[in-house]
Ligand binder design. Structure first.
Ligand code: GLC
Length: 540
C-alpha cells in the first residue's frame, strides 16, 4: 500500500494562510508566502499541510464563506500561484490538503444570489428555505453558533433561510440531488488539480431535519461544546435536528466514491456533534466513508491525564477500523499553551504537549506556531476581526488571539511577516520566540519538534501501533503502544511537579530518550519524571 496510506499516523501541519507569510506587503499572508516557507515546513518533518480556505470570499468569516469554489481570492494570489505551490510541495514530498466548506456558502455566491430571487428559479431549493410561522416568527427554535436566531428573512421569497453560522453563510440544502452533484463537481475540480486531500469543514452541518422540528433544551451543567459555554445560547440546545442528521452518512459515501477515483486522495472531517467521538467513529467506519475525522474533544479547556485518557479510550472503544486525527490547537480555539498551561510558554511544557500529541494513536493536525510555543495573543476590542468575538465580547473574545501572524525574525519589522502593519498585531512575546531566535538553539521548542518527528519516523509503533492506557499517578499520562509484537511504554508528566512511575512489572528492552523532549530517568525500579518530562522505552 505504501504511499496510499501515508495519512495513517501522518502529521498534518495546519497553515492559516492569512497569517503564515505576507509576500506582497498588504498585511495579509498569501500563497506566495506559503511557497516561500515550504522549505521551513519541510524542515519540520511533517507529512502534509492543510491550508485553511484561500478561495474567493467576501471574508466575513475569513474565507469560511466562499463565493466561488473554483477560484483563488485575489488577496491570496492566483491559480498559477496555487499550481506552483502544489508542484513545489510535491517536490519536497509534502502533501497538500485543502479546506472544503461544503455545508454553506457565502451569501455572495452566485447560487444564493439566484436562489433568493423567487421560489421558482433553478436554484430555488439549493438552500434551506422555510415559511414563517403564523405569527411571522422564524420556522423553529434553531440557533446560530455565531449568535442569535439561525433564520434570516428574505423579502423577495417571503421566506426565511437557514444559517448555522453567520447570516452571510446561508446553509446549503443537501436533501436536493442537483445541489449535491454541484458540490461534488466542485470537489472534483480540485482533485483534477492534483490535491492530496480535503479537510471537510463543518461536515456534521450538511443536513437539516426536513420536518424542521424544534431542538430540545439542554439542562444547565451540560451546556458545553466546541469552545463555548453557557455564555452562548447555542449551548442551551441539543442540536439533534440541525446537526449530524442520519443522511450525512449517505453523502459521505457519495463523496468517498468520487475520491476513490483519484487514488491517494484523502478526507479529514471536522466533527462537531452532540457525541463527537461516536460521530468520528461512525463517519470513518469501513472503506467507503471518510478516511479520518477530528473533533473538538482535545480543543477544550480540560487538561488532565484522566480527561485525555478517558477521551482516547472512549474513542478507541468504538472506532473499530475507523481512524482518528487529534488536534490540541487550531484556528478556532485559544492557543494550547495558554489554554492548558496557564498562559506561560514554558519550553518544557510546549515540548511535552507536542510530543504527547505526536504519540497518540491516530493522525495529527498541528497548528502553525505550535512548534514555537506561541501563546494566545492579547487582542483589544478595537482590534477584533472575528465576528464571533465581536458578538460575544467580553465573555468570549473570539478566535483572533490564535490567528495572529507567524513571527519569523526576532528583530525584523513585523517579526519578518510583512513590511506593513498586519491584519492582526504580533505580540512582542511572539517576536521573542521567532523562528530565527530558535533556529540555532538545539534546546528550543522548534528544534525539539523537528527532532521528535524525525525520531518518530523511525518508530513504526508510534505511527500505527495500538494504544492501551496504564495506571499511573494522577499527573502522568501513561500508555503502551504495540505493533507486531513490539511494545513501547510512553509516559508524560503533565504537571509542574516532579512525579514518578513504578516500573515494576516491566522488562526493559531499551530506553528511547533521544527524542528532543525533557526525559525522565530510570532509577532502580522507578522512573523519575521532572515537571513536564516524558519517558519512552521498548519493553518486553
Ligand atoms: C469551522 C471552521 C471555522 C468556521 C466554521 C464555519 O468550524 O473551522 O473557522 O468559522 O466552520 O465555516
Amino acid at each position: 500500500m505504501g504511499q496510499v496510506t501515508w495519512w495513517r499516523g501522518g502529521i498534518i501541519y495546519q497553515v492559516y494562510p492569512r497569517s503564515l507569510m505576507d509576500s506582497n506587503d498588504d498585511g495579509v499572508g498569501d500563497l506566495q508566502g506559503i511557497i516561500a516557507k515550504l522549505d521551513y515546513i519541510s524542515s519540520l518533518n511533517v507529512d502534509a499541510i492543510w491550508i485553511s480556505p484561500f478561495f474567493k470570499s467576501p471574508m466575513k468569516d475569513f474565507g469560511y464563506d466562499i463565493s466561488d469554489y473554483r477560484d483563488i481570492d485575489p488577496m491570496f494570489g492566483t491559480m498559477a500561484d496555487f499550481d506552483e505551490l502544489i508542484t513545489k510541495a510535491h517536490s519536497l514530498n509534502i502533501k497538500i490538503i485543502i479546506d472544503q466548506v461544503l455545508s454553506h456558502t457565502s451569501d455572495q455566491h452566485a447560487w444564493f444570489q439566484e436562489s433568493r430571487q423567487n421560489r421558482t428559479n433553478s436554484k430555488a431549493d439549493w438552500y434551506v428555505w422555510a415559511d414563517p410561522k403564523d405569527d411571522g416568527s422564524a420556522p423553529n427554535n434553531w440557533l446560530a453558533i455565531f449568535g442569535g436566531c439561525a433564520w434570516e428573512w428574505e423579502p423577495r421569497r417571503q421566506q426565511y433561510y437557514l444559517h448555522n453560522f453567520l447570516k452571510s453563510q446561508p446553509d446549503l440544502n443537501f436533501h436536493c440531488d442537483d445541489l449535491r452533484q454541484a458540490v461534488l463537481d466542485n470537489v472534483e475540480f480540485w482533485l483534477k488539480k492534483g490535491v492530496d486531500g480535503f479537510r471537510l469543514d463543518a461536515i456534521t452541518f450538511c443536513y437539516h431535519d426536513e420536518l424542521l422540528r424544534d431542538n430540545p433544551a439542554k439542562p444547565k451543567g451540560q451546556r458545553q461544546g466546541r469552545g463555548f459555554s453557557e455564555d452562548n445560547p447555542y449551548a442551551y440546545q441539543y442540536h439533534y435536528y440541525n446537526n449530524t442528521r442520519p443522511q450525512t452518512v449517505g453523502f459521505i459515501e457519495e463523496l468517498r466514491a468520487l475520491i476513490n477515483r483519484y487514488p491517494g486522495a484523502v478526507t479529514l472531517g471536522e466533527v462537531s456533534s452532540e457525541d463527537s467521538l461516536a460521530t468520528m467513529a461512525e463517519y470513518t467506519q469501513g472503506d467507503d466513508r471518510l478516511h479520518m475525522a477530528y473533533s473538538f474533544e482535545l480543543l477544550t479547556d480540560d487538561f488532565s491525564a484522566a480527561y485525555i485518557r478517558q477521551t482516547v479510550e472512549e474513542l478507541e472503544a468504538s472506532i473499530g477500523n475507523g481512524w482518528p486525527c487529534w488536534a490540541i490547537g487550531n484556528h478556532d480555539v485559544q492557543r494550547v499553551v495558554t489554554r492548558w498551561g496557564k498562559g506561560e510558554s514554558n519550553p518544557d511544557l510546549v515540548k511535552m504537549l507536542n510530543g504527547m500529541l505526536f504519540s497518540l494513536r491516530g493522525s495529527v493536525c498541528s497548528y502553525q506556531g505550535e512548534e514555537l510555543g506561541l501563546t494566545e495573543a492579547p487582542i483589544e476590542f478595537e482590534q477584533l476581526q472575528d465576528p464571533f468575538g465581536i458578538a460575544f465580547w467580553p465573555m468570549f473574545k473570539g478566535r483572533d488571539g490564535c490567528r495572529t501572524p507567524m513571527p519569523w525574525s526576532k528583530d525584523a519589522i513585523q517579526a519578518g511577516f510583512s513590511n506593513v502593519a498586519p491584519w492582526l498585531p504580533i505580540p512582542s512575546a511572539h517576536a521573542e520566540n521567532a523562528v530565527d531566535a530558535q533556529e540555532h538553539n538545539a534546546q528550543s521548542t522548534l528544534n525539539s519538534y523537528r527532532r521528535f518527528l524525525a525520531w518518530r519516523k523511525q518508530q513504526p509503533v508510534l505511527v500505527s501501533g495500538d494504544i492501551r492506557f496504564v495506571e499511573a499517578n494522577v499527573s502522568i499520562l501513561a500508555f503502551e503502544r504495540e505493533l507486531a509484537g513490539n511494545k513501547m511504554l510512553v509516559l508524560f508528566n503533565l504537571s509542574e511537579q516532579s512525579t514518578s512511575f513504578d516500573f515494576d512489572g516491566y522488562q526493559l528492552n531499551a530506553e528511547l530518550n533521544e527524542h528532543g523532549l525533557l526525559a525522565g530517568k530510570l532509577v532502580g525500579n522507578t522512573i523519575e519524571l521532572p515537571p513536564f518530562a516524558s519517558y519512552f522505552a521498548n519493553i518486553k
